[in-house]
Design a protein around this ligand. Sequence first.
Ligand SMILES: [Zn+2]
Length: 294
Amino acid sequence: QFFMLKRPNAKTKPSIHRIRAVRVGQSDLGARVPATSILRGRTVALFGCGAVGGPIALELAKAGIGELRLFDPDIVDPGPTVRWPLGRSVYGQNKTGALVRHIAANWMHANVVGHRMVIGATPDADDKYPKEGEIQLFEKLLDGVDVIFDATAEVGVQHFLSDWARARGIPFIYASATPGACGGIVARFMPGDGQGCWRCLQHALYTDKTIAEPPFADNGEILPPGCNHPTFTGASFDLVEVSLQAVRVIVRALDDRQPRPESGYAILSFDEGFGVPSWRTGSIPRNDECSCTG
Ligand SMILES: [Zn+2]
């Protein structure tokens, strides 16, 4: 504790105030969370900061991630905040900016930056995104990342990012929930481990059906007033199951104190009685017709 001597003046007597000191160094905050020593100095690029990605950003910041690069073009609309970490205080702000400010205000050891770029769109011509090809811009924005994470639930974005990461030897992880939040998937791809790629997994799930896909609700999508795109129904408390598992998978992929994990998937379902979440896991089979086998 420190004592502050208030400067006396002609009218008041000197007075002493006690100021409570707190410990807020990196080692003080990391002492309770072993994962901090794994995440410190590491960089994760997180694409999609919605219902699944938003909680991931906060959990990584709390757990001591070194650097977080957030990518999402959306603004915070009131409707979706029923399944987002922040609410009324950030209505109308862009999602990445709201998360960056919240993290900076609360867990200041994480270096977090936000980018509002739309993957597949022409880059903005403003100061932040100068006129240049998207590929060149991407190289710059993803320079030095240790993991590329996709929580966009957009198949085209997953396809692009998984190829991008694979070509550069960077681990790629994606997570998404199913319509109705009846289930979800987290899949990890570790380049060079001989297992299948993102495309191989999609074939196994949706074409060959050698891996049972996560459960979903047939009527699990709605088009809310004011939206130009259908969204899925589902509560935050179920979606966060996917986010939390995704964070564990990210930490495990970055843990160089243990043997490097292999590519694999974890698929979520909830039991009918208590709604208990359960995960089944497996490796990624290679598809003979996929170009990754060449
Ligand atoms: Zn493949």
